[in-house]
Ligand binder design. Sequence first.
Ligand code: F6P
Length: 323
Amino acid sequence: MKTIGVYTSGGDAPGMNACVRAVVRTAIFYGLKVKGIMRGYEGMIHNEIIDLERQSVANIIQRGGTFLKTARSKEFMTSEGRKKAYENLKKHNIDGLVCIGGNGSYTGANIFNEEFGMPCVGLPGTIDNDLFGTDFTIGYDTAINTALDSIDRIRDTAHSHERVFIVEVMGRDSGFIALDVAIAGGAEGALIPEDIEDWDKVIKHFNRPGKRKKSFSIIVVAEGDERGGALVLEKRLKELYPDLKIRSTILGHVQRGGSPSARDRILASRLGSEGVKALLDGKQSITVGIISNEVVYTSFEEAITGKKTVSKDMIELAEILAI
Ligand code: F6P
């Protein structure tokens, strides 16, 4: 292996730049050439491929987003698209890939490897933390801290106006962000897709016998909750408890931006470096993750189909602390 390509794909996440930096610097350290593929699979198909040197990744470790840009490519889902992508990689003599992204990005890389035998290593980059094969994904720590900062601010106004605030957070189909943020933000309830019975618990919360009377509350809802998001819950609560003063806030994409936390920079740096080493060791079609502080390799197959679930203990903890 002489030249590797690196790209970011799917939703961006704080720490992606730090990860690209680690890939580039580690590759150069081991005598490899590195190419940056712009806009993930879109750039592969449209030949947007640039040379990356040691200096190309200077002064980016602290920046949110991804300087390589990112996209979700429909064309790469077609075999013609993937063929074009392969031909472009060959033009640039790329003989190994590092893909930083989530499940959809892994799926693309896995198919690509099956079709063209291109060695590819996946690194978990998403704010959702929903990827199997790693304790934490790049961007998650920053995202929960960003959401928490907003919740602390909402708490101030909730307290002043004696209102109930429903805060909807991201996470796609998973409740990692919602549950952690609910615990860290002292919320009265967390509605997450992994615990659908919680709906009634949240509703009942407002007239639970013996419940201390508090004039304000924060409830965190995961966007992927099948019972609906913040606005649905607000409507239901208003019908049941017309006297409550309720407001909803959807945090949205603010959670994806910002300078990565120290934890995310360290995780991204470690994974970026280990990704290159894995390629050099001849590994392919795997993801690199960290579990209990150890580097772990997981096949794409397993990473794509495996389900990482929130801990039952944490669900219970959120409930206990909300009494
Ligand atoms: O996967 C990251 C994520 O931010 C999810 O939490 C969210 O559901 C989705 O991406 C939003 O995607 P988009 O930016 O395309 O609207």
